[in-house]
Every structure is written in C-alpha cells, then in structure tokens.
Design a protein around this ligand. Structure first.
Ligand code: AMP
Length: 134
C-alpha cells in the first residue's frame, strides 16, 4: 500500500509544497517543531533511509541542502537543523527544522501551531526562492 508521503507526491493528499525535482519532493510538516519545518522525501518509496541506494541517498542530501538554503533565506532562524527519525511514516525522509532554540530540534518537543495562512505564505515564498537557485 502506498505511504501517505507517496499519496502527497502523487497529489492525492494535499500538502504545502516547498520543492520538487524529478526524484525528490519537499513539503511542510503538518505538525511543525518550528516555522518552516520541512520534510524532504525521495519519490522512490523505501522505508529506511539507509536502505536507499547510494545515488538516491546522496541525491536526497543534496536536495535537502538546497531546500535548507532556501528556507534560511525566508525564515528567521539560528540555522536549519537536520533530523532523521522515520518511526511514524515508513517512507525515508529528512526533517529540516529552521530553529531559533535548540529545544525545537527534539522530536519529542511540543509541536507549535502555525496558521494555514502562514503555511501557505511560507510554502509560496520558499518555492519561489528554490526555483531561482541553481
Ligand atoms: P517520523 O516518521 O517520525 O520521522 O515523522 C513523520 C513526520 O511526518 C511527523 O513530523 C509528522 O508530523 C509528519 N506528517 C505526517 N503526516 C503528514 C502529512 N500528511 N503532511 C505533512 N506532514 C506529515
């Protein structure tokens, strides 16, 4: 059965899209640890990140780097932190978290509330910056 992330990539479930390439997709986490909390996902559906073939794994990290640089340009933060957990959704993904305080990097921290309007604003801004990057 397709994972919820595959359904998002296929457009069957809505998301706040951040970026897309031929092989990768990024969208805002619906339950963010910080404003701009983004998930970067390979379109190939594989559960465990270290089961990805080397090309997909390195491509995912390079894609995440570009997304992180775009996030930094749009969201005030100390820096963009990176997390890999993967126990909730069995589809490899990298969390990018533009944090202001280190506690926001703890996956067990309370999730903040970001309004729908702000999620739309963030997704629109970051998509535009990402599109301008080489
Ligand atoms: P984990 O698998 O533990 O790395 O966490 C999965 C992440 O996916 C969590 O931070 C969830 O908030 C997020 N998530 C689950 N469903 C959705 C969805 N439909 N749209 C955006 N983010 C989601």
């Amino acid at each position: 059965m397709a994972t919820i992330f595959s359904k998002i990539i296929a457009g069957e479930i809505p998301c706040y899209k951040i970026a897309e390439t031929e092989d990768f997709f990024a969208f805002l986490d619906i339950n963010p640890l910080a404003k701009g909390h983004t998930l970067c996902v390979p379109k190939k559906e594989i559960d465990y990140i270290y089961d990805l073939d080397d090309n997909t794994l390195s491509g995912l990290h390079l894609f995440a780097k570009k997304v992180a640089l775009a996030l930094e340009k749009c969201i005030e933060c100390k820096r963009v932190g990176v997390l890999v957990i993967g126990t909730e959704v069995p589809h490899a993904h990298v969390h990018l978290i533009p944090f202001q305080q280190e506690v926001q990097m703890a996956i067990t921290s309370p999730r903040g509330k970001v309004s729908q309007e702000e999620m739309i604003e963030i997704s629109t801004k970051v998509q535009a910056v990402f599109a301008e990057m080489n």
